[in-house]
Design a protein around this ligand. Structure first.
Ligand SMILES: NC(=O)c1ccc[n+]([C@@H]2O[C@H](COP(=O)([O-])OP(=O)(O)OC[C@H]3O[C@@H](n4cnc5c(N)ncnc54)[C@H](O)[C@@H]3O)[C@@H](O)[C@H]2O)c1
Length: 248
């Protein structure tokens, strides 16, 4: 299968190009705004993996939809307006979108949903994430996925209970809040912890990425899976065959 990597000059893009070697996926277009890279993909491309910048997404996804080719979105920080273009395009092509393509984090989503359902609202839920100093958006897409998985497990609407960081006279913590906190520094590839803090015990579920290979391998697998599928929005959990796919 002939594919394009968008964001090919970046940290993830380089890893994707390297890992694609020796698979059934042949990278024929390395798309990036950086010098020496392709400005667009060639006509023979059958699928796209995009780990670039969210602002580029509406135009790129429209082009892919016109061509009828599968699209894997790794880029995070997508705004609601950009997301609506993605959702529109999914009526015409298969799109896999996930804030995290690693097997471990997708398993974590299952565990967090189960923990939230089991532990109940007397356990306060706090999500923390840490990434390298170059990361451009906060909180991470993965932290949001984890917080949404916790909310879904508890049967509440995340939008109604979400809190992002705290500062000043906050008052006591209201019951039911789900808070997300972002740390930045050094070269950390991606650490995530979901904490369930009760009166007499605390449960913490943590994932630490030790390399970008896990994300890249998952994204390559997602594109192989998506090729030839019916148009629609899919997640990495669909690719892995996990049951409750609505969390993303
Ligand atoms: N979903 C996941 O599993 C996962 C994992 C890691 C990173 N990410 C996300 O992937 C994205 C890239 O991360 P990174 O660490 O590789 O960043 P990076 O800054 O190293 O790379 C991004 C690349 O995109 C290029 N780019 C910017 N605008 C572009 C455009 N309009 N067209 C084409 N290329 C463009 C940049 O020149 C750069 O080379 C971020 O949104 C990050 O949060 C997702």
């Amino acid at each position: 299968m002939k594919i394009a990597i968008v964001g090919a000059a970046g940290r993830m893009g380089q890893m994707l190009c390297r890992l694609a070697e020796g698979t059934s996926l042949e990278v024929v277009s390395r798309v990036d705004v950086a010098e020496g890279f392709d400005r667009g993909w060639s006509d023979d491309v059958e699928g796209v993996i995009d780990f670039s910048f969210h602002g580029a997404l509406p135009d790129l996804i429209e082009k892919a939809a016109r061509q009828g080719i599968a699209y894997v979105i790794g880029t995070t920080g997508v705004t609601p307006q950009e997301q609506s273009k993605v959702d529109e395009a999914s009526k015409r092509i298969p799109i896999v979108q996930s804030g995290n393509y690693s097997l471990g984090v997708n398993l974590l989503l299952e565990l967090v949903g189960r923990a939230a359902a089991t532990l109940g609202p007397e356990y306060d839920i706090e999500v923390t994430e840490m990434h390298h100093r170059h990361k451009k958006d906060a909180p991470s897409g993965t932290a949001l996925m984890l917080a949404k998985a916790a909310a879904a497990g508890r049967g509440v609407d995340f939008g109604k209970v979400a809190v992002y960081g705290r500062e000043g006279e906050t008052g006591e913590r209201p019951a039911g809040e789900i808070a997300v906190h972002a740390l930045r520094g050094g070269s950390v590839i991606g650490d995530h912890t979901v904490m369930f803090a009760g009166d007499v015990e605390r449960v913490e579920i943590t994932h630490r990425a030790q390399g970008r290979e896990a994300f890249a391998a998952g994204a390559l697998k997602a594109l192989e899976w998506a090729k030839g599928r019916a148009p629609g929005m899919y997640t990495m959990r669909d690719v892995l065959g996990f049951s409750s796919a609505e969390i993303g």
